[in-house]
Structure formats: structure tokens, C-alpha cells
Design a protein around this ligand. Structure first.
Ligand code: ZN
Length: 238
């Protein structure tokens, strides 16, 4: 019986490993997706900053166009000033020139602010591009690593399935059926270790007599509380 119990314990261990591997494989696409989202967010930020630079440049060009047009107007007014006959007209034209000059100095200040803004946005954009470049390298490395892990985990599953088949071949079919039923009823755990006179499945103490019996490995003994098969691992020989 000792051998059968050991086989049962190994069967449960290997089955849990297979389940764990499957869970891992399910989690990999999520990790890949997270990396992809990170990349997309960075790209979006890049595009936004690029658009902002373009907008600012357009604004600057408009302002410079207005500045130039105003200059032309002022120049024409100044020429006209020479041909003016009446004082009233002269004053009016002078006021127009003054107004234009004021508007242009305002525009020049605005252009300076725009240029500063453009410089800052370009610097931010360059930082984003550089960060994106480094991030891409990182994402590619991580993606490759995840893909390697998927392959390795799939190989683990295949190896463990072979081990499982070998164990099942040696197991008493009746015991296997009992194990399978119990596993289904007890959340995937059919065999539990007994430690310090307690069941490690439900953490309830078992009677001392039963504890002795479990250590003898002579028959299948189940926990009086959770009904799981009790297994005692002899750590002195392991
Ligand atoms: Zn129990």
C-alpha cells in the first residue's frame, strides 16, 4: 500500500504541476497584450506632440505673415505721408502707422512666446521618441522571453503528462477512480499530507491512533473531517 500511496501523492503533484503550467500559459497573452498597450500609448503620445509642434509652427507662420503684411501697410502709409496736404489727414495717417507699429510689437512678443513653446515641445518630443526607442527594445526582449517561456512551459506539460501516464499505469484502477471522484469533490485536492497530527487539507487534528496508522502506510485512511486521503511523508528517508 505504501507504494500505491506514494504513487497517488506523485500523481496529484504532477497533475497540479500540469494545471499550474496551463494557468501560466493562459497568463502569457495577457502579458503580451500589456506590452503592446504600453507601446501604443507611447506612440499616441509621440503623435500628439508631433501634432502640437505642427500646430504651433502653423500659428507662428500665420503671425509672421500678419507681421509682414502690417509692415507693408506701414511702409505704404509712410510713403503716403509725404503726399498728404491737410493736417487732419496727416494726423489720421500718423495714428494708423502708430496703431500698426503697436500691433506688430505685440505680434513680435507673441512670436517669441511661440518659439519658446516650439522649442520646449520639440525637446519633449525628442525625449518621448528616445524613451519609445528604449521601450521598444525592452518590449521586444520581453516578448521574446515570454515566447520562450510559452515553449518551455508547453514542453513541461508534455513531460509531466508522460510522467502522469506512467504513474497511472502502475496505480490500482480502483484507487485511481476513488482519487478522481475525491479530487472532483474536494477542489482538486484528494490527497493531503499529515503533519503534527493534523490534516493539511482542512487543518483539523486527527486522533493519535489514526495518526499512527497513517504512518504505517498499510491502508487507505481518510481524514474524518474532509474525507481526503491522508498521506504521511517519511522525511527521514526522503
Ligand atoms: Zn481533512
Amino acid at each position: 500500500m505504501k507504494n500505491q500511496l506514494q504513487l497517488l501523492w506523485r500523481l496529484q503533484t504532477v497533475e497540479r504541476q500540469i494545471e499550474e503550467s496551463r494557468r501560466e500559459i493562459y497568463s502569457y497573452p495577457v502579458a503580451l497584450e500589456r506590452l503592446q498597450h504600453m507601446r501604443e500609448a507611447r506612440h499616441e503620445k509621440e503623435e500628439e506632440e508631433k501634432k502640437k509642434i505642427e500646430e504651433l509652427e502653423r500659428e507662428r507662420m500665420n503671425k509672421e505673415g500678419e507681421l509682414e503684411m502690417e509692415r507693408e501697410r506701414i511702409k505704404r502709409s509712410q510713403l503716403k505721408l509725404l503726399e498728404i496736404k491737410t493736417n487732419k489727414e496727416y494726423q489720421a495717417l500718423l495714428q494708423e502707422i502708430e496703431g500698426g507699429t503697436e500691433r506688430n510689437s505685440q505680434r513680435e512678443e507673441e512670436i517669441i512666446v511661440l518659439l519658446e513653446n516650439i522649442d520646449q515641445t520639440k525637446a519633449a518630443y525628442a525625449t518621448t521618441v528616445e524613451q519609445g526607442r528604449q521601450e521598444n527594445i525592452q518590449v521586444e526582449e520581453e516578448t521574446a522571453e515570454i515566447k520562450n517561456r510559452i515553449v518551455a512551459t508547453e514542453q513541461d506539460i508534455i513531460r509531466n503528462q508522460h510522467i502522469r501516464e506512467e504513474i497511472v499505469r502502475e496505480l490500482d484502477p480502483e484507487l485511481l477512480r476513488r482519487y478522481d471522484t475525491l479530487k472532483e469533490k474536494r477542489n482538486g485536492i484528494a490527497v493531503v499530507l499529515v503533519k503534527n497530527e493534523g490534516c493539511q487539507g482542512c487543518y483539523v487534528n486527527i486522533p493519535p491512533q489514526m495518526y499512527n496508522e497513517v504512518q504505517k502506510h498499510k491502508e487507505i485512511i481518510v481524514c474524518p473531517n474532509c474525507n481526503r486521503i491522508l498521506y504521511w511523508e517519511d522525511t527521514r528517508t526522503v
